[in-house]
Design a protein around this ligand. Structure first.
Ligand code: SF4
Length: 727
């Protein structure tokens, strides 16, 4: 404290000065920016337009980008406080290399030399496939495209996947099987235009809050929500279906059974545009209302009502998120959703869509730019014509393109456990919080010869284990594009300089390519992300995700436009896929898929009597690396909790706010605050997954969907006890 302050002469007038801001009115002078930079939210896949307020080179405010077509002048709490993530205390500012057991600051040159040398040495010793890469859904599309080329053509490994496999791989696999390609067919506008909306395992109010305004604007809808919890979204519903955990597939098959039995299907659409109806009809015989009621816990009357509402709708919309995807039956359940849309012709029209609402801000971009479960532009690894076309565009020998996908995320972890993956590059993800069954992951990482973690933040539980930490620029510090859940490509802009010596992921990839000696071949003449975007436009041309009509200029004018947008097409029109009934399968017909229900893998037992469900809360984002640094969000939700029904708590002699341990066969989460609530049904408990300190993934299961490889995060058997009991 200065002496003037000490004797009362300094009243901190500068600190507490007020002024009038153009959009804020009379407020603290510190909060009035010099200028605003339009961009797109870097959290979830809704893809809201945001403006970042900049003062003296620092991001000091966030406000809705009024002209943006998605959010129409609104933001959720995370968006409204997003600027705090940039200047957070825990930003990674310098490259750090482990020397003598400790991470010490080094220059970029040394960091990249060591990285490339260690990766090359590992590949020389154990084979090209011994290098794995785990990326994210949070880079810009241009960076995904650049990284994919670097990994597969530069390093020559196809063991590359992203944390997107942990959230929406089942939607991708399901779409591919049913429609022949990934790509959500609908648009957000459909939420306003459908007369029946069925949300399955989708708690929009917490996870995609701005989409609730589309629901609210639709006054003529019947909203049906299938969710084991009475989530905030279930509270908005006309009909809540409190399905037993992971019985949604049986429910969908039961609805399809009723639609067929009572002739509520669109025979003309089925005959013209689908294949497999006769098989499906026979298969669904087993899904009688009696049996489905027993499996799901929903009354036959309610199942009938739901089926009749959807079958008779003029435009029926089915939306889903992680309640469906986070399951060993995720892909099968997506196919069952697509079946309903195809049987009724609720697809490709205004209001009518089977619509996967995805997770991260640019999970869609990584799906389009590919290299993980498909080649760029939704091309298939196992399609020789696709590989030849791509090789010709790039001017490389076709043999350099892998003919099959590499290991998916969980298989990379298993391969590390088996010492087949010996070096790993983790980019913008934090598996030491987010991966199921942490024990297995820790084992895999401890086996590695060299671990590089490239992230905007340090320390995180994952960067702390790294041999090399590369500091990356984050949202607000770099440029590019994101694609949201409705295939809308939105511009991301740089508002401030990266902190410390952090570099954009794009610049890091080019610098690695330089060291590797492949920069000129893979990225001829590239200096900016727009160079990557322009090549990507050409690669996407003629594909379902056609960007050829999109340019940075167009995005600057409009903020965002939907793909497909072919050259010269009208960017104003809302686009829907499959409006002509032509699908991306060899015969142009969508597939009706027979998908049988089976119980989830780990059923409760007397020793582990509860089914644990996991999910999100509106205040936080994924592993809380960012949001714990945002004061208002952290104060609103500072710690994890466990929801339990009061009847179960009474039996266990537990009371609200007790500290409890959650225990499964794999581990224990200690000291979780108990919340007693009827939101969660007896026999079930719920816990958010954001908190590293009380990490629910110590107890979740490493069981995966056999097709998509997505984890079954949503159900595992646990017991709840007071700390210290039976330890
Ligand atoms: S709804 Fe999603 S995209 Fe929109 S402001 Fe919130 S976090 Fe950002």
């Amino acid at each position: 404290m200065n002496w003037k302050r000490a004797i009362g002469l300094d009243n901190l007038s500068e600190e507490y000065a007020f002024a009038r801001g153009e959009s804020t009115g009379y407020t603290s002078a510190k909060k009035i920016p010099d200028h605003w930079v339009p961009t797109t939210c870097g959290y979830c896949s809704v893809g809201c337009g945001i403006e970042i307020g900049v003062k003296d080179g620092r991001a000091i405010a966030s406000r809705p980008f009024e002209l943006h077509p998605v959010n129409r002048g609104k933001l959720c709490p995370k968006g409204l406080s997003e600027h705090y993530t940039i200047h957070a205390e825990n930003r990674a500012k310098y490259p750090m290399l482990r020397k003598g057991g400790k991470l010490v600051r080094v220059g970029w040159n040394e960091a990249l030399d060591v990285m490339v040398e260690r990766f090359r040495a590992t590949q020389a010793k154990y084979g090209a496939e011994s290098l794995g890469v785990l990326s994210t859904g949070q880079l810009v599309t241009e960076e995904f495209y650049t990284l994919g080329k670097l990994v597969q053509l530069g390093f020559g490994t196809n063991n590359y996947d992203g944390n997107t496999t942990l959230c929406m791989a089942s939607a991708v696999s399901g779409y591919k099987i049913s429609f022949g390609s990934d790509g959500p067919p609908g648009a957000y506008e459909d939420l306003e235009r459908a007369d029946v909306i069925l949300l399955i395992g989708a708690n929009l109010a917490d996870n995609h809050p701005i989409l609730c305004q589309y629901l609210e604007a639709n006054r003529n809808k019947t909203l049906i929500v299938a969710d084991p919890r009475v989530s905030k979204t279930a509270m908005m519903a006309d009909i809540h279906l409190p399905v037993k955990p992971r019985s949604d597939l049986a429910l969908l098959n039961g609805i399809a059974h009723i639609l067929i039995r009572y002739s509520l299907v669109d025979r003309e659409y089925i005959d013209k545009h689908t294949a497999g109806f006769a098989d499906l009809e026979r298969f669904l015989d087993a899904y009688t209302p009696e049996r489905v009621a027993e499996i799901t816990g929903i009354s036959q009357e309610t199942i009938f009502k739901t089926a009749l509402l959807y079958g008779r709708a003029k435009a029926g919309f089915i939306g889903w998120t992680m309640g469906v995807n986070h399951s060993t039956l995720g892909t099968a359940t997506v196919n069952a959703i697509c079946n309903l849309a195809l049987l009724t012709g609720h697809i490709g029209r205004a209001g009518a869509s089977p619509f996967s609402i995805t997770g991260q801000c640019n999970a869609m971009g990584t799906r389009e730019a590919g290299f993980t479960s498909s080649l760029p532009g939704y091309r298939k690894f196992d399609n020789a014509a696709d590989r030849a076309e791509l090789a010709a565009i790039w001017g490389v020998n076709e043999s350099r393109l892998p003919a099959k996908r590499g290991w998916a995320y969980p298989d990379i972890v298993e391969a590390a456990v088996a010492k087949k993956i010996r070096a790993l590059w983790i980019i913008a993800t934090n598996p030491l919080v987010s991966y199921p069954n942490q024990d297995v992951l820790r084992h895999g990482l401890s086996n590695l010869d060299f671990l590089v973690v490239q992230d905007g933040y340090h320390p995180t539980p994952t960067t702390e284990l790294a041999d090399l930490v590369l500091p990356a620029a984050i949202w607000g510090e770099k440029e590019g594009t994101y694609t949201n859940s409705e295939r809308r490509v939105s511009k991301v802009n740089k508002a401030v300089q990266p902190v410390g010596e952090a570099r954009s992921d794009f610049d890091i990839f080019l610098a690695v390519a330089e060291k590797l000696g492949c920069r000129d071949e893979l990225y001829p003449g590239w200096t900016t992300v727009e160079d990557a975007f322009n090549e990507w436009r050409g690669v996407s041309k003629g594909r379902l995700c056609d960007y050829s009509g999109i340019s940075y200029g167009l995005l600057a004018e409009r903020g965002a436009v939907q793909w497909p947008l072919t050259e010269g097409a009208d960017p104003n029109a809302t686009s829907r896929l499959y409006s002509d009934g032509e699908f991306q399968t060899p015969d142009g017909r969508a597939k009706l898929v027979c998908t049988d229900w089976v119980p989830f893998p780990e059923q409760p037992t007397p020793g582990y009597p509860f089914v644990l469900n996991t999910g999100r809360t509106v205040e936080h984002w994924h592993t809380r690396t960012k949001t714990r640094e945002v004061p208002i969000l952290e104060r609103l939700s500072p710690r994890a909790w466990l929801e339990m029904n009061p009847r179960d708590a009474k039996q266990l002699g537990l009371r609200s706010h007790d500290s409890v341990d959650v225990v499964s066969r794999r581990g224990r989460v200690r000291g979780v605050e108990l919340r007693l609530t009827e939101i969660t049904a007896p026999g079930q408990v719920f816990m958010p997954f954001h908190f590293a300190e009380t990490n629910v993934n110590e107890v979740t299961q490493d069981a995966f969907d056999p097709i998509s490889r997505e984890p079954n995060y949503k159900q595992c058997a646990v017991r709840v006890e007071r700390p210290g009991a039976n330890v």
